[in-house]
Design a protein around this ligand. Sequence first.
Ligand code: ZN
Length: 439
Amino acid sequence: MSDSYWNEEIETMSAKAVERLESERLQTQMEYVYAKSAYFRAQFDKANVKPESFKHRNDLEELPFMEKYEIANSQLEGHLLGINQCASQEDIIRIHATGGTTGRPMRVGWTRRDIADYCEVGSRALWANGCRPTDVVFECMNYNLYAGGVSDHLCFETLGATTIPFGVGNSLRLLEMMNEIQQDISIWATPSYAIRLATLARENGIEPQNIGVRKGFFSGEPGMQVPGYREKIEDSLGLVSFDMYGTGELGMHSGECAHRNNLHYGGTGVVLTEMIDPETTKPIPFEEGVIGEFVYTSLRREACPHLRMRSRDLMQVFVEPCPCGRTDFRFKTLGRSDDMFIVKGVNVFPLGVQATLSSMRPKLNGEFQIILDRPPPIDYAPRIIAEVARDVPKEQYDVLISETMAAIANDLNFSTAVELVEEGSISTEKKSQRLIRDY
Ligand SMILES: [Zn+2]
């Protein structure tokens, strides 16, 4: 068996074989949800289709989309898990929550087999990241309620890594413990937490590179593909970083390989992913470089299956072969489709702004927020608040503002009103929220 893959058979499967596997599992999943759920039966009846009609992924186009708010609304009415619950209570052994689009956590249930699948796809992604059973991993995600804690922790254990359930908070204690261990260690955290840890180390007289963190597995926030952001983390802590992607509904299923050329889709055989145009909802074929919204259909889910669930996440996909030999598509996240805004006909993603601002390091530190003061149409120059590096004197702000506005106009083709603030002015809790609609 090769050391390159967690599940060589699945990860190097030909497109034809993936199609066969998907068709087989799709059929079984459809029969299951039809038998178990009045909600899904109604969806099938509305579309005038039967479970046995689903012989191929293209047949899914017959079905209406599912939206997360439908599940969230049914939970508001008092359901433990909501309209898509298919397994009986005695078979459900865990509930964790997702961040939820409305700010209210949404509960997701899991049976024993669902969790085994969660750990399987998580292990594929982590193995691609270069995580191995010899690694000592500090798990620094939030264990309170969310998937990043207990559920992701078990992926590391399934893979065989030595996993330390540290959680978030008490960062000074974490630094002390890391510093004490005289061997290379790894961290599983959000990228912004890694930056915070490096800052805290310096403030406490510890050289961040001496802590010994040599591999960083990062998820929970976009931005790792923005070169400046990633380098900032790697340079300050002296580690190699790998991006991971997942959602609370599906688990962390995709990760970069050693070539770090975007995320390898790792959900093969467990989740079927379609791509659609978010405006017209028409399917988009998987071709090199195309952009669209991912739509998920479960293939083996017992507790809370999804049928054509819209992710509202925009992705760019890549289908050219990767030297690592993994065969399914690769992708990168462009942000929430809700976070895209249009300025005088130009589509703008906060990640694009992040890339330009990061290219202006070391004068800017890469932290920023975009403020939209008025509802669309955005026929005005949106405000961008950006943090300046500590050693830039105030007299230089005016010149730097002009440089920043010129760089954004040049790279992204829209006008902005840039305001500069001192390092640390944008609050830590809001750092992952790049776009503020202040109306
Ligand atoms: Zn690869």
